[in-house]
Design a protein around this ligand. Structure first.
Ligand SMILES: Cc1cc2nc3c(=O)[nH]c(=O)nc-3n(C[C@H](O)[C@H](O)[C@H](O)COP(=O)(O)O)c2cc1C
Length: 168
């Protein structure tokens, strides 16, 4: 299916209802970051999904209103920072458009040059492979390069508009 085939059926659910019901799908939260050579860039993103092991692909969906995504995609090399349970303040900070998102944030350049945030549960270095138009969002497929995780750490979860932790 291409973008031309996407139609909104008569009687499609209202945006508020979509958000309410789909909010029942709990997710982790990530900060997707890149460096333009002068400054670090990034935005909070919950739509990260593991897609393929061979070749290794992940996907995520930036909103077309995102002012960061056009700058990130220009770089192509990104770091997906999977946030830890205690990083909800960081999550909110990276969700505010136009703010100095990296103020007070500890980070270093990952192997591919993109910002790896200190304290993140996992760092996934990716390169943008393709983008697909998807209504008010874009579906991005990205190829995974180096990656590492902090074993024993706990994830930040997002569920029905609120943050929480994970208990097995
Ligand atoms: C928990 C959470 C999850 C989010 N997930 C997404 C997402 O999957 N895609 C997206 O485009 N924006 C998502 N956002 C909103 C963006 O973070 C926000 O619109 C963006 O940071 C705005 O800044 P920008 O203009 O610099 O892109 C999320 C926000 C929060 C708090």
């Amino acid at each position: 299916m291409n973008a031309d085939n996407i139609v909104v059926a008569a009687g499609a659910p209202a945006a508020a209802e979509l958000r309410r019901v789909l909010g029942h799908f709990a997710t982790g939260v990530a900060v997707i970051a890149a460096h333009d050579g002068t400054r670090p860039l990034g935005f909070t993103c919950q739509s990260v999904v593991s897609v393929s092991l061979d070749p290794p692909f992940v996907s995520f969906c930036p909103a077309k209103t995102s002012s960061s995504w056009p700058l990130l995609r220009e770089q192509g090399s990104l770091c997906i920072n999977i946030l830890a349970e205690e990083q909800s303040a960081l999550c909110r900070q990276f969700a505010v458009s136009g703010a100095d998102k990296f103020a007070g944030v500890a980070w270093e350049r990952a192997g591919n040059g993109a910002p790896a945030l200190a304290g993140a549960l996992a760092h996934i270095e990716v390169s943008v492979e393709l983008e697909h138009d998807a209504g008010d969002h874009t579906v991005v497929l990205a190829r995974v390069g180096d990656l590492r995780a902090t074993e024993g750490g706990k994830p930040l979860l997002f569920y029905r508009g609120g943050f929480g932790g994970f208990t097995a």
